[in-house]
Write a protein that binds this ligand. Structure first.
Ligand SMILES: C[S@@+](CC[C@H](N)C(=O)[O-])C[C@H]1O[C@@H](n2cnc3c(N)ncnc32)[C@H](O)[C@@H]1O
Length: 277
């Protein structure tokens, strides 16, 4: 979705020139050929277009806050459920300045490593991979096996993952961040609000997404959080809420003046917390 956006959309919400190199070969072909691209993205994947809006906006929201944190001196970044995240590739100028830890399910991580190597991109020197299944393994424990320094403030981001995890794993991961992150660390993640915020026609898209993800063996879970209650629960772990960006606010910030149908996902929130120990 990031690759399709950077190749064909205007204006750009989030520019990721490496995304197309990381997807599998059939997707690369579909992306490179404008006619194939139009058929696949414009027809078959059309109901999933709102998800593309979310993928782009959450990346933009996070990177704006991450760059501010780096400018203020943060030197460690922890990407939870990193998938095909390309921060290190897009910011070689920060290679000496920041160390990045990507924590992900081993299957996703193996796929990414293969794509990086096969496409000649290589593994960035400031990137350390840590594999963990967050349903079974504790994030703090996984990080302790790496060079991560718990005494330094860090920036954690966790995008597009809470829809795959059980509530137990979500809260265990939040507790883990509170335990392992240094004072002043920041955390950004996205989550799904209550389903009654979602118009009926979009609920059909979510059912479609569930069908697709089940077919690919990685089903999304019907996690819904009431924003006020959830952010209070997270705050009770020691975090201070900085922002909880609603879909309307996402629209105002990132989607105005577009001729295409790109828009935020109804009911999806972007949360930004700071750890105060
Ligand atoms: C939709 S991708 C999001 C990737 C990336 N963060 C982004 O925003 O594009 C979901 C990610 O969650 C990870 N994930 C799902 N279940 C997981 C689990 N139980 N433990 C660890 N990672 C998991 C997947 O491996 C995948 O990288």
């Amino acid at each position: 979705m990031r690759a399709s956006h950077v190749l064909y959309a205007d204006p750009i919400i989030f520019a990721d020139p490496f995304a197309a190199s990381l997807v599998s070969y059939p997707w690369q072909r579909a992306l490179k050929n404008p006619i194939l691209h139009r058929i696949i993205f414009g027809v078959f994947m059309r109901p999933l277009l709102p998800i593309q809006g979310q993928v782009l906006a959450r990346a933009r929201f996070t990177e704006e806050r991450l760059m501010t944190a780096i400018a203020q001196g943060v030197k460690q970044i922890v990407v939870i459920g990193a998938g095909l995240d390309t921060f290190c590739l897009r910011h070689p100028e920060l290679a000496e300045q920041v160390q990045v830890y990507e924590i992900d399910h081993s299957a996703s991580q193996q796929f990414k490593k293969r794509r990086l190597i096969k496409n000649g991109l290589g593994i960035p020197a400031n990137l350390e991979f840590i594999s963990a299944n967050l349903e079974r393994e504790n994030l703090a424990h996984a990080l302790r096996q790496s060079n991560y320094n718990p005494d330094q403030p860090s920036f954690f981001y966790w995008l597009g993952v809470t829809v795959y995890l059980t509530r137990e794993a979500i809260f265990q991961t939040l507790e883990s961040v509170a335990e392992i992150a240094g004072n002043g660390s920041e955390l950004v993640f996205d989550y799904a609000g209550a389903v009654n915020e979602i118009p009926k026609e979009e609920q059909a898209n979510i059912r479609l997404l569930r069908f697709y993800t089940e077919r690919f063996g990685e089903p999304i879970i019907d996690n819904q959080f009431k924003p006020l209650e959830f952010t209070q629960q997270v705050s009770s772990l020691g975090f201070k809420l900085m922002e909880n960006m609603s879909p309307d606010e996402q629209n105002q910030c990132y989607f105005l003046n577009r001729a295409d149908r790109l828009r935020p996902v109804s009911g999806s929130y972007f949360a930004h917390f700071r750890l105060e120990k």
